[in-house]
Ligand binder design. Structure first.
Ligand code: NAD
Length: 486
């Protein structure tokens, strides 16, 4: 299969926080890969701006090391790296002060044909300063785009304030709020599968779907970012954004077109149709030491922390399509598997003509985000052999890497895809301000509830599958969590 690379216009991309962890780990290696794919036009500039004193050469060294450390090894070629580095520049800028803005302005081209984008890869406390700095220092115009990293607010009030701050300087069509889950290949494939096939969509509703599970399971702990995480917890760090976005894409009505506002309108309707969740439908957990790995409280350096590193909950979407269909969500750190999956579990066939002894299986469509991105459809067939009519469940497995070959392996990482969408001016895979606020409006009362009650999270062993109560949450409905494939 021949890969089709869609060209983009020449651009000036400023990365505020260009020396930080995210820039080194994701943004620079991602841009390098887009360069190798021929998507960085010759006269494009990538200008890093951060607090450290450094010149262009110093920054190019930093970028080379970042690409070597975090970029994919396959196909990396020193000549290509060298050519890519020529696109890079560095300007020291203090987001909170006056220094550096004039020099940054001089590096940018005043040309209507050059796309101008600013990536705010800095802590959220600097987002408003940067927005204002761009305006007062004359770096902004009507076509400028800004990319805002997560977390977008800490609750509804702070998200609203941030939206208002940004709106003072930018129109909504200039603001690209990143949720990198939306940039994942499988997540977009989910939409292709739902809306590109006749097979699934007619069955995609309460009449045929028994329930849906969304799992994001991580083996890493919170060490290294404990102070941030301890003020957030799994609900704010994962559910309010990533899991909510996945839920929206699974549950939304078909948009009329695959266009930013058409898609985002439908996602917003889903969030607004979410019922409040009863406290007994939420299980919060916190990992304890297994004797080898440290406990959450050690990682967070807070011996009395009540922050959850795990959450499982059951929720309902009160609309015609999904009435009474449970959505089970779970996510946590220091679990026994690094894997993310969405599973659509269909109802039993209404009647088994083979009798009870033949066995019965449900169809499950599993969409794997990692590892080994792909989809599996569990179908029931006859067990081979002469032993009578016995039914077994077999997977119709589509690993993207196997089905699509090297191209799937080469598929752009979420960040590189999203950055290219910014340059193209396509907001479909970015969150709109009202979506983010609606998501906080749903999560805030849940968080306030457990804080008011002083609930402590349930302990679970580091490296385990999470707290026992999470299994009970689903088992008492006569269902069980899917075993996570690693
Ligand atoms: P970091 O602390 O590693 O880097 C912060 C960057 O901001 C540095 O380049 C620093 O020089 C710059 N900076 C700090 N104060 C400044 C100032 N006053 N003026 C100009 N520049 C200043 O942070 P990070 O991990 O790269 O995260 C950046 C953003 O991305 C944060 O909002 C974070 O929540 C988000 N994020 C990071 C990751 C990740 O994997 N690191 C993942 C998702 C989201």
């Amino acid at each position: 299969m021949v890969s089709r690379v869609i060209p983009v216009d020449p651009f000036d991309l400023v990365i505020f926080g260009g020396t930080g962890d995210l820039a080194r780990r994701k943004i620079l290696p991602g841009l390098f890969r887009r360069f190798c794919a021929g998507q960085i036009p010759e006269n494009s500039r990538i200008i890093a701006a951060a607090r450290s004193e450094m010149d262009d050469d110093g920054y190019r060294d930093l970028a080379r090391e970042a690409i070597e450390e975090f970029g994919r090894k396959k196909g990396r070629d020193k000549k290509a790296v060298k050519a890519f580095l020529k696109h890079l520049y560095y300007v020291p800028v203090d987001a909170k002060g006056e220094g550096g803005w004039k020099q940054l302005k001089e590096r940018l081209r005043d040309d209507d044909d050059v796309v101008r984008a600013f990536y705010f890869s800095v802590g959220p406390s600097l987002f408003s300063d940067l927005a204002e700095g761009l305006q007062v220092n004359g770096l902004s115009h009507r076509d400028v785009r800004i990319v805002v990293e997560k977390p977008f607010g800490h609750d509804l009030e702070s998200a609203r304030e941030l939206n208002e701050e940004l709106a003072k300087h930018f129109h909504e069509d200039q603001i690209y709020r990143i949720d990198h889950y939306l940039g994942k290949e499988t997540v977009q494939n989910l939409m292709a599968v739902r809306f590109g096939n006749m097979l699934f969509e007619p069955l995609w509703n309460a009449q045929y779907v028994d329930h849906i599970q969304i799992t994001v399971s991580e083996t890493v702990g919170v060490g290294g970012r404990g102070s941030y995480y301890d003020n957030a917890g799994a609900m704010r760090d994962m559910v309010q954004n990533h899991l909510m976005q996945l839920l929206c894409l699974i549950a939304m009505e078909p948009p009329a077109r695959f266009e930013a506002d058409a898609v985002r309108d439908e996602k917003l309707k889903v969030i607004r149709a979410l019922d409040p969740v009863d406290p007994d439908q939420i299980v919060r957990g916190q990992y304890t030491s297994d004797g080898q790995m440290p406990s959450y409280r050690e990682d967070a350096e807070n011996p009395t922390s009540k922050t959850e590193s795990y959450i499982a909950l059951k929720c309902y979407i009160s609309n015609w399509r999904w009435a009474n269909t449970p959505f089970y969500l779970r996510t946590g750190k220091r679990l026994n598997a690094q894997a993310s999956e969405i599973a659509v579990v269909f109802k039993d066939a209404p009647h088994s003509i083979f009798g009870i002894d033949a066995g019965r299986h449900r169809n499950v469509l599993s969409i794997r985000l990692q590892p080994n991105e792909g989809m599996t459809l569990g179908v029931t067939i006859k067990e081979p052999g002469p032993g009578g009519m016995r039914l077994v469940d077999v997977p119709l497995d589509m690993s993207f890497a196997e089905a699509l070959g090297p191209e799937a392996e080469e598929a752009a990482d979420a960040y590189e895809r999203l950055i290219m969408d910014v340059i193209r001016g396509n907001q479909t895979l970015f969150m709109r301000g009202d979506e983010v606020e609606a998501a906080w409006a749903w999560t805030d009362p849940l968080i306030e509830g457990w804080e008011r009650r002083g609930d402590s999270p349930k302990p679970y062993d580091a490296g385990s599958g999470g707290p026992d109560d999470a299994a009970f949450l689903i088992n008492r409905d006569g269902r069980r969590w899917r075993r996570i494939q690693t």
